[in-house]
Ligand binder design. Sequence first.
Ligand SMILES: *[C@@H]1O[C@H](CO)[C@@H](O)[C@H](O)[C@H]1NC(C)=O
Ligand SMILES: *[C@@H]1O[C@H](CO)[C@@H](O)[C@H](O)[C@H]1NC(C)=O
Ligand SMILES: *[C@@H]1O[C@H](CO)[C@@H](O)[C@H](O)[C@H]1NC(C)=O
Length: 898
Amino acid sequence: MKIRPLWILALVVPASLIIHLQKSAQVFASDDDQTDTGREISIDCGVTEESQDSNGFHHEADDAEFVESGKIYNVSSDDIYANSQEQVWEQMKTVRSFPEGVRNCYTLKPKNGKCNNYLIRVYMSYGNYDHKNSIPYFHLHLGVNFWEKIKFQNVTDIRRKTVVQLSPTNYIDVCLINVGKGTPFISLLELWPLSNSIYRASSSLLPLGLMTCVNLGMSENLKFIRYAADIYGRSWLNGKIDNSKPIYTSEGINIDVKEYRLPSDVLKTAVRAQNVSSSLYINLTSINFTADNEHYIYLHFFDFEEHSNGEVRSMEITFTDTIREPVTLKHEDVRTLVKKIPKGVILNGISITSTPGSSLPPMINAYEIYRALPQPNTPTHEEDVDAMRNIKHAYNIMRISWQGDPCMPIDYRWAGVTCNYSERIPRVTSLNMSSSKLAGQIVTSFSNLMTLEALDLSNNQLTGEIPESLAELPNLKLLNLTGNNLTGSIPKALRDKSTTGLTLILDGNPGLCQTSSCKAITKKFIKPLVASVASVAVLTTIVYISLMLCRHKRKHHSDSKVMLVKKDDQIRLKNQGFSQAELHRITKDFETEIGEGGFGKVYLGRLKDVTQVAVKLLSKSSQQGFDEFQSEANLLSLIYHKNLVSLVGYCDDGDMRALIYEYMEKGNLRNLLSDNNPNVLKWNERLQIALDAACGLDYLHNGCKPPIIHRDLKSSNILLSENMQAKIADFGLSKAFANDTDSHISTRPVGTFGYLDPEFHRSGNLNKKSDVYSFGIILLELMTGQRAITGTSEGTRHISDWVNPKLEIGDIQAIVDPRLERKFSTASAWKLLEVAMSCIAPIAIQRPDISCVVIDLKQCLAMETSLESAESSSLISSTTLDSSYSQSGMSYSPPSAR
Ligand SMILES: *[C@@H]1O[C@H](CO)[C@@H](O)[C@H](O)[C@H]1NC(C)=O
Ligand SMILES: *[C@@H]1O[C@H](CO)[C@@H](O)[C@H](O)[C@H]1NC(C)=O
Ligand SMILES: *[C@@H]1O[C@H](CO)[C@@H](O)[C@H](O)[C@H]1NC(C)=O
């Protein structure tokens, strides 16, 4: 079992439209979030010592920690940028250029690691640094995929490219590609950690490339609002709208702006229409929308104007004839409207009008437009990437091609490396480091290249013994160690292997004993023990490491945020109140009981249009106060995600309270896993269910503002639709919390024995990590078929107590549900177990954020599906690679599917 991380590309995230509504709260001052301290990395390329610029901003040394190739230059005429409006003109006076090789990369290693959101920005300005007066043209790649074309207008033109990415890997490669039109170079490179819930493409993990970022209503003589006023490093251009009136507030702003962290100068300025009957029109004809990309529009509002008698500013935003959104603002509301513009739609502009009856004219503060960058290439298996990086560092190899990803893109793969591209995730299959001046021992990292078939280390100065671990490479067919100074004897395992298909070439190693009469190798008998101890140790380490990598950011207190999450086109079910009489009709007088939940019985119902629904009748004892019920029902009706059971309506009539949900044909996961179900769930179905449920939980945790803590996640709360799509049920009944840690305001004890966070007993708090714990238990159930709690003769037994002894001896076969009859890949089973164990870490902070779990589960499922396709090899075609991206979107149908 190995660390087997991330290639992953698609992450299903929140709705295509989210409105964050944040009401006044005094939080601005209490900023204790360690991750929000602004820029983490800034490399002034060409300056090889740490430095500080005249603004007092710190820059890292541009050295081998980040980049290993290229030459540094000064721009000769120092003053050519002196009149520049750019804050960064000083950093433009040195560059690193890359005359050699096709791809040269900077590798950034952010502290928060993978599964976190980053803004990455590069600056380039030619400045005739090479005295050739020939302005180059080149490409930028982010990781293994295309990011931007870099084209300059003139010698002093400063190009700035910004991208936001939820990084799927711990390393972020920013690569410059020579396309034969001049030498690529770079002037400045920056990285900023962002909140994980902002600037995320809705249907996948696509990075978002910034197209424009504009603040409105600014004073004429200002050009930008930017760092350090903007803690997230955005540069807000001073924009204008025809026939609009700039408005401004001089009051201090004491509202919580935690999500998008808009600078106060962006909030304090805005434009509004001249009068209520005229509109605002944002002209976007200069924005280069492309039909092949999705685009994301962010419209920011802060309504600081006084409203008479609590009046609401009610506006309609028109993107195209068919894409419209309402926005209503109360005094001091801060909102960001996020709108996904689907492929094929080219916007000319956005118009904002006030809706009939509103007496306040339309207004807006700022807007941003991003392009979702397609990710056709999948990075090499992370295990191989790590091994190759380790090998490179162990022998201090400086090969121009050995930068960025080892196998991807195919044209830029590392010299001497051959890869297998027939499965979704490329893997290294042969490594030829013949005559590469390697000195020292043969490092064990070679044995981590699990799919290696040929290893040629001939004609080097390698010393020491041949590591026995090389024999553990299952597919190794050629090991050429000719012409080294290896000593000792040949490990027995390797000798054995050479009788079964391994070609072992060892000539020219005078100190090597090649006969079997050399001192016996006696490690064998201790090996099983070592292996099992090692597997536990490795697992623990992995869990630990992955926890460290996925360390989650602490959220802030924010007193009274209110959330609105909406579906694409309309607020769903505005008035889906049902009367008692209707409820009786729908359910045929509560004829068919289909379940009983914590809050009451559930009945089958049928709406007029024959849609089946589940009617949850809240029992008298569980009934809350009238207001609470209504506000929760309202809230629930606004939450929409394909992996959450959606509310169709509610009844609050007389003494009857009920919630009406979509009907989930296949029932709950607990029943599907039970022995009574004759149709045993297949392994890949289980993985898909795990992933679906994780996506639903990710939405509650990271897509909702404030986050929603489920508090009673369990297998009987995971329901399955007719086509086996898993959805989480019963989530809203646990109340939306103002924030992650503030859960002591919970009024009702919840949680189910077996699923309850062990920390709860100590702290009495339920938070996101408690849900992650419960989710881990569900993963164990999925894997094992066991119940969370089983009654035994000695009392009750928790599922983790059942798994742990088997885990200690490394017996994965004994852990996985025997009803699967071994029809699963051990690799994906180990991976799933890793994820589950990390989720149920006893200490909450050691558990990963659910967004990280989503990524891991996608990988897990991909392992399984690639295996399946390998088995039915007739189905493999050369198109696999090209379509890999869309496949990684897996079974997700667009949110509008239902
Ligand atoms: C509103 O403003 C527009 C110009 O922006 C003007 O043409 C129109 O007459 C105004 N309407 C009212 C009712 O003042
Ligand atoms: C490795 O490369 C060398 C030449 O650089 C070649 O002679 C040798 O055959 C290669 N080995 C393999 C296994 O391809
Ligand atoms: C092993 O390496 C030597 C030296 O590079 C080379 O001459 C020989 O052809 C290699 N053998 C194989 C089978 O690749």
